[in-house]
Design a protein. Structure first.
Length: 318
């Protein structure tokens, strides 16, 4: 088995900007272009030029979702979807028209980078796609934000004001963090971040291990360190017990306190070996791929086993 990064494996789904590994959820990338060294999306698009979904791509993606009633969730990722509002609004307009799609999430850091762009008109437009059917709840459409915030110092007054604007209009903001060496890989920093989330009305969501993306190696602590930190956080109320995981080309693997991590040496590098919850045939059907990504195999029960490159605490942060 070659120690090849997951970023070399591209899904072959029906249209550019649409990917799927879950029965109930699709991932939409209306705009490619990821500047963050630790970004999960960058790990899979590092060799792609910045580009946007074309009108034809958008039409094909919407029809794909509309024709499969099993799909109830859409995650809009990037590059940052909020960077191109007209494109985002067109996508939301179409998604909100699909009866069986009732959960739309927008992954963003734009509110941190350019909070001045999050004005009342922008918030109102996003909120207009939020709809609650009180008589038939499953006919509702919920739009929410998944905001990547890695340290409490990022929650500056303008950022809090922008996110609070969404909350006041019924758009829930969930805060998730990437475990970054020298930034937040200690108990005090993580607890302080969650305290800030709770104080300003951001829902603590999850903690992710830093992806194996180009240029990100110095920021990647070993997986065991995050495992230890979430165990320490669990000594407090359940609010602090963030789910902790990592992402491979077939989806997310979550690690629980007390779980024994299994390692394997591949090409002189240490990988975490884990069985995923995904049957191989289901993955192939949903993703449109006839084979598994590199560093993945099938066990004797038909499930996918992944190998994830561990971080190295010996590497120094720049």
């Amino acid at each position: 088995m070659e120690a090849t990064s997951m970023r070399h494996h591209q899904q072959k789904n029906c249209t550019c900007g649409l990917s799927r590994v879950d029965e109930d959820r699709v991932e939409l990338t209306p705009y490619f272009g990821c500047p963050c060294r630790y970004c999960i999306k960058k790990a899979s698009t590092a060799r792609c030029e910045p580009q946007s979904m074309s009108e034809e791509n958008l039409i094909n993606a919407i029809e794909y979702i509309r024709n499969d009633a099993r799909i109830t969730q859409a995650l809009i990722v990037g590059g940052d979807p909020l960077v191109k509002p007209k494109q985002l609004f067109a996508l939301l307009e179409n998604l909100a028209s699909i009866p069986h799609l009732n959960n739309i999430r927008i992954a963003t850091r734009h509110a941190l980078l350019q909070p001045e762009c999050i004005n009342e008109a922008f918030i109102e437009r996003i909120a207009s796609y939020n709809y609650v059917d009180y008589a038939y709840p499953l006919r509702s459409t919920s739009v929410s934000l998944d905001v990547a915030i890695n340290h409490a110092s990022e929650l500056q007054p303008d950022v809090i004001r922008a996110l609070n604007g969404f909350s006041r209009r019924g758009i829930n903001a969930r805060g998730h963090a990437v475990l970054l060496k020298g930034v937040n890989d200690d108990f005090h920093s993580l607890k302080n971040l969650i305290d800030h989330f709770l104080a300003v009305g951001i829902t603590p969501y999850h903690l992710m291990h830093c992806a194996d993306a180009p240029g990100g190696a110095p920021l990647r602590t070993n997986k065991k360190k995050g495992h230890t930190l979430i165990t320490q956080l669990m000594a407090f109320s359940g609010t602090y017990a963030l789910p902790y995981g990592y992402v491979t080309a077939v989806g997310t693997h979550y690690i629980t306190p007390g779980q024994v991590l299994r390692y394997e040496n591949i090409g002189g590098q240490r990988f975490i070996r884990a069985r995923s919850p995904y049957p191989a045939e289901r993955y192939k059907t949903l993703s449109g791929n006839s084979s598994l990504p590199p560093l993945h195999e099938i066990d004797d029960q038909g499930y996918i086993v992944s190998h994830y490159l561990d971080g190295n605490d010996a590497l120094l942060v720049y």
